[in-house]
Design a protein around this ligand. Structure first.
Ligand code: ZN
Length: 386
């Protein structure tokens, strides 16, 4: 490593692994892109990826290859190589020579030379070296600045059948409905700014992957999704069955008057409760976004109580309808005091509706009750409390 780079970096511990990071990435918010980008705040995201990787390997029954496609300092791949028992080989790639120097030093520090390989390349060129069937990856991580969509075609071509693609998008304003026309241009889908904005964003991201995969007659199967205020992330398996995608692409119809929402294969233009015009989002993924059986495997493959809680909550909501509600929004619309989400869930249960919290919003919930039924139950609850 060059003297200048040595002087500007330091060893950093995350999980059970030490690796080298730029000193300025530990003090500046947001962390700078030079000499190499590294975000300490993304630890949970890396914990999650390692857990999903281990679970997929456990399900597959063999060790896996992994592409850290836009590796930066290589935090994800270094941690995987050091902490997972399921690694066959980690391939790091970054076009920034500082990144490759830094992560090579981290590889040596952890004695990981035999299970890692480093390349300095533009991401498309790197992935194009792995399109032959015998060298394709088991697991590819795409975590660029902004949208991952420009790399998805190359990633699909470099992924084995039944391999997993981790997609992270940080262009939330586009996917969540602030810039719907930009979303239409980039993702081929109109976004919509609603209370369940991040679910719409996830469904658009997954739709874009499904659309690109279908060019190759490949299907997709979402395993798990996660969002926070900085990113939207989907873990999706690529399958050899295009039927996994059929009947799972459609539209959202959202009524701004009564807050009714529907998801359907063809756009529903007017509200079936109050007959107002619906706002439309899509096309987008209308199938499941959580795979219950995979998440049960994930629970059995981690000791991390935060991840177990997250997976259990996702299982709980996995069988309920798309498009969650937010307690505060409903209370504002009804002009009543807000209820804890637990109160709403118990009232829905008393009235024989299914319901669950959602991992996509801290005060959100899913239910098979429609908005009129929810409003009726909460209005009665509010009156009885006075
Ligand atoms: Zn309506």
């Amino acid at each position: 490593m060059s003297t200048n780079l040595i002087d500007s970096t330091t060893l950093f511990l995350e999980g059970n692994t030490e690796f080298y990071v730029p000193k300025n990435s530990l003090t500046q918010i947001p962390p700078p892109r030079t000499p190499v980008f590294f975000n300490t705040m993304a630890k949970f995201k890396r914990d999650l990826l390692i857990s999903i990787f281990n679970s997929h390997a456990s399900q597959s029954g063999h060790k896996l290859t992994f592409s850290d496609t836009l590796s930066g300092v290589g935090a994800t791949g270094i941690r995987l190589a050091n902490e997972s028992e399921y690694v066959k080989k980690i391939y790091f790639n970054d076009a920034n020579i500082n990144a490759s120097e830094l992560l090579q030093t981290s590889i040596t520090h952890n004695n990981l030379d035999s299970t890692t390989e480093v390349s300095i390349n533009e991401a498309h060129k790197f992935l194009s070296n792995f399109t032959n069937r015998d060298v394709r990856f088991d697991f590819i991580d795409l975590d660029p600045f902004g949208s991952p969509i420009q790399y998805v075609d190359s990633a699909v071509r470099a992924l084995k059948i039944n391999g997993v693609l981790s997609l992270t998008a940080t262009d939330g304003a586009v996917l969540c409905g602030v810039y719907p026309k930009v979303c239409l241009r980039k993702y081929g889908s109109l976004s919509l700014n609603t209370e369940y904005f991040n679910e719409t964003a996830l469904r658009i991201l997954i739709f874009s992957l499904a659309s690109i995969s279908s060019h190759y007659e490949l299907g997709i199967k979402p395993l798990f999704c996660h969002t926070d205020k900085h990113y939207i992330q989907a873990y999706v398996q690529i399958t050899d069955s295009i039927s996994d995608t059929e009947n799972r692409i459609g539209f959202i119809g959202h009524c701004s008057t009564c807050q009714n929402r529907v998801i359907s294969e063809l756009p529903i233009l007017s509200c079936n409760l109050c007959s107002s015009n619906n706002k439309i989002a899509g096309p987008l993924w209308i199938g499941d976004i959580f795979d219950k059986s995979f998440l049960n495997i994930a629970i059995n493959n981690t000791d991390d109580s935060n991840l177990v809680k997250l997976y259990r909550n996702a299982i709980s909501e996995s069988s309920l309808p798309p498009l969650y509600y937010v307690t505060d929004t409903i209370s504002q619309n009804l002009k009543i005091s807000s209820f804890p989400v637990e109160t709403i869930l118990s009232k829905l249960k008393e009235n024989n509706f299914l319901s669950s919290k959602t991992i996509l919003h801290s005060t959100g919930f899913r239910t098979d009750a429609n908005v009129e039924e929810i409003n009726s139950i909460l209005s009665k609850t509010s009156t009885s409390n006075i």
